[in-house]
Design a protein around this ligand. Structure first.
Ligand code: GLA
Ligand code: ZN
Length: 654
């Protein structure tokens, strides 16, 4: 396995590099990531390249057994480019051009920027050619930034013309007659700028697809240049479950492996972090890397709380348990200058060993004991969640309710499996679902005919489908279906939404369960209330009082050989966890080891191998009963029946 830190040799005098490499080696490091923001040091003036310093840094590291992932530096174009060719600068939603002074400040569609990127990438790839110290590549850094410049507008118009062919077709697809938004020339079509109010939602949805396509082209362009010189693995560092600016899947499709950056500030929910691992593993359906793992307090202006003793180790094991094959901490040493002067990593400004360094070294020493057992193992899940970017894009512009968040809805259902230690894959593109016992499609707001057919087939053939409120509302171009919801899937769920209600936060609405495990359970509900009319489904929960007294809230339907659950509202966490537990049991999902709340149990399996990770995400000591005698690979102790785990502690069982 790969273990190391993000390293910025350009921030430090060269005399220090040797010391850094030695200290890294002593902590068991064998990888760093370098150079992703060092454009100006590699090309101090247009066309004048200098990679000697980078080669010296790579060599020193390599002499200590540490290889490097090289980042293409395109997120920080230098002043000579940004100031001399101002057209390269990005334009924000307010139509203001962004000025030089931070990062990710360029438009990835501007020809002059693209040309400058080509030059630096090609020169960099050439300079790294055949270098043993280079492990592979990272494209740019944490893609997210949309652009609203005139060039993007022109390209968007072209993109639309290719997609729709005629203005009449576009008008029909968008319902552009509304507020006289019909166009007589492609050049009239705007971007979703912040004008006097919200844009046409169909236009906005297409814009997000267009920006995603633009980032995909940018990725492909970079990869093509690198591939002229190098066949080493290429990745990009994604940002976990939360971002919805662009479609990450489209980027991942072109990578050799996916990676992500995890910053669990303060009391970050362990389920959110777990979902970040699962979504990243899901892009390519294989193990991934942690490219940046928070390892110290961070912040640009204010500083976040320091990770408590044991937490860096806890996050490391959680990532590995969920399929990380590399752990790279952000960052080796906090810098003395610049916007991230406060963004600590392992070492403080003084560069001396400290508590965090010791914790990481200890973690590495432990991992080395059973590293070979991890080889060839991954997470195997019987439950899949569908992550749908079209829906996420549509919600960006129309939340439906001020409390509704796609990610919160997803994670509330996900927790039902997380708390029961049931492995989950989060999938972002259509896949063969037949291997999964349960498929969960949270708030699947936009539903294409193709996806609907896939889900229908899946249930027909014996699968269990779970869907929530605000699903199957919009078609592929963002128009709302003119049939009762859930539109294309009424027959699968055996219900129609008779009425819906977007509650105010202060409203008291309740449901009570009337079937199976949730029988007699009650919960407050919020975010959204669908009042269901039965067309063959059984009632699982009804509203009790409040606006929609005694209406049906949650149902289960038999369809073909399978079952379909419709969850018309958002219950509290306990209720949802019990409900998902019932769904999993009913579908015959293999249940995980029972553990106390926020103690995670997760398996990595491979040919004749099975490792069970137990991770205590709480501040208290916890006891876990073990189904069969085993060995704790960290302590080499034999465990008979039960295990005591310290606050933020971990055990790896074989
Ligand atoms: C991100 C970036 C890093 C760094 C950290 C901390 O994840 O990729 O370059 O800025 O945040 O701010
Ligand atoms: Zn632009």
């Amino acid at each position: 396995m790969r273990f190391g830190a993000d390293y910025y040799p350009e921030h430090w005098p060269e005399e220090r590099w040797e010391t850094d490499a030695r200290m890294m080696k002593e902590a068991g490091f064998n990888i760093t990531r370098l150079a992703e923001f060092a454009w100006v040091k590699m090309e101090p003036r247009e066309g004048e390249f200098d990679f000697d310093w980078l080669l010296r840094a790579i060599n020193i590291l390599n002499d200590h057994g540490i290889q490097s992932v090289i980042g293409t530096p395109t997120a920080t174009p230098p002043a000579w480019l940004c100031i001399n060719k101002p057209s390269v600068m990005r334009v924000n939603e307010q139509r203001q051009q962004i000025t030089f002074g931070n990062r990710q400040q360029s438009c990835i569609n501007q020809p002059e920027y693209l040309e400058a990127c080509d030059h630096i990438i090609e020169a960099l790839a050439d300079a790294m050619d055949g270098n043993d110290g280079v492990y592979g590549w990272q494209i740019d850094n944490e893609f997210w930034a949309p652009c609203y410049c005139d060039e993007c507008q022109k390209l968007f118009q072209k993109w639309l013309q290719e997609k729709y062919g005629t203005l009449q077709a576009l008008e029909a697809a968008w319902g552009a007659i509304f507020w006289s938004q019909t166009y007589t020339d492609w050049r009239q079509i705007p971007l979703p700028w912040a004008t006097s109010g919200a844009p046409n939602p169909s236009l906005a949805l297409d814009y997000r697809r267009f920006i995603s396509d633009s980032y995909e082209s940018f990725t492909k362009r970079q990869i093509k240049l690198i591939r002229q010189y190098s066949d080493k693995p290429i990745t990009h560092n994604f940002m976990g479950i939360s971002p919805d600016e662009i479609n990450y899947q489209q980027i991942a499709d072109h990578l050799d492996f996916a990676s992500w950056d995890n910053y669990p500030f303060g009391s970050a929910d362990p389920a959110m972090i777990a979902a970040g691992h699962d979504i990243t593993r899901g892009y390519l359906r294989k193990n991934f890397w942690m490219m940046e793992q928070m390892s110290g307090p961070g912040g640009w202006g204010e500083m976040s709380a320091s990770p408590r003793p044991g937490r860096i180790r806890e996050w490391t094991y959680q990532a590995i348990a969920r399929g990380a094959d590399a752990m790279i901490y952000f960052r080796w040493r906090v810098c003395r200058s610049g916007t991230e002067q406060y963004w600590h990593g392992i070492l403080n400004h003084d560069g001396a060993t400290n508590r965090r360094y010791s914790e990481i070294k200890r973690t590495r020493d432990e991992l080395l004991k059973f590293e070979d057992l991890l080889e060839g193992t991954t997470v195997k899940a019987e439950v899949a969640f569908l992550n749908d970017y079209d829906s996420r894009f549509a919600f960006r512009y129309q939340k439906s309710n001020s409390e509704l968040s796609y990610v919160k809805t997803l994670v509330s259902l996900y927790k039902g499996f997380f708390e029961n230690n049931i492995a989950v894959d989060i999938l972002t593109k259509d896949a063969d679902l037949s291997g999964y016992k349960v498929v969960v499609a949270p708030a699947h707001f936009v539903l294409t005919k193709k996806r609907a057919a896939l889900l229908k087939d899946y249930v027909q053939n014996g699968g269990t489908l779970v869907m929530t409120y605000r699903s199957a509302v919009k078609d592929a171009t963002g128009l709302i279906f003119d049939e009762p919801l859930p539109g294309l899937l009424q027959d699968v769920f055996g219900v129609v939404v008779k009425e819906y209600h977007s509650p105010e936060a202060s409203e008291e609405n309740m449901i009570w369960g009337s079937m199976g495990e949730i029988n007699g359970h009650t919960s407050r509900v919020n975010v959204w209330l669908d009042l269901l009319e039965l067309r063959g489904a059984e009632v699982m929960a009804k509203y009790d009082g409040g606006f929609i007294s005694y209406g049906v809230a949650i149902t289960r339907n038999s369809f073909g050989k399978g079952k379909a659950y419709y969850i018309g509202t958002q219950p509290e966490s306990d209720f949802m966890i019990t409900l998902m537990d019932a769904v999993a049991k009913d579908a015959g999902v293999t249940l995980g080891i029972p553990t106390p709340q926020d103690v995670e149990a997760c398996e990595r399996v491979g040919e004749g191998k099975k490792l069970t990770f137990i991770i205590n995400h709480t501040e208290q000591t916890q006891n876990v009963s073990i189904p069969e005698p085993c060995t704790n690979l960290i302590t080499c102790e034999a465990i008979e029946k039960s295990l005591t785990i310290d606050a933020y502690g971990v055990a790896v069982l074989k």
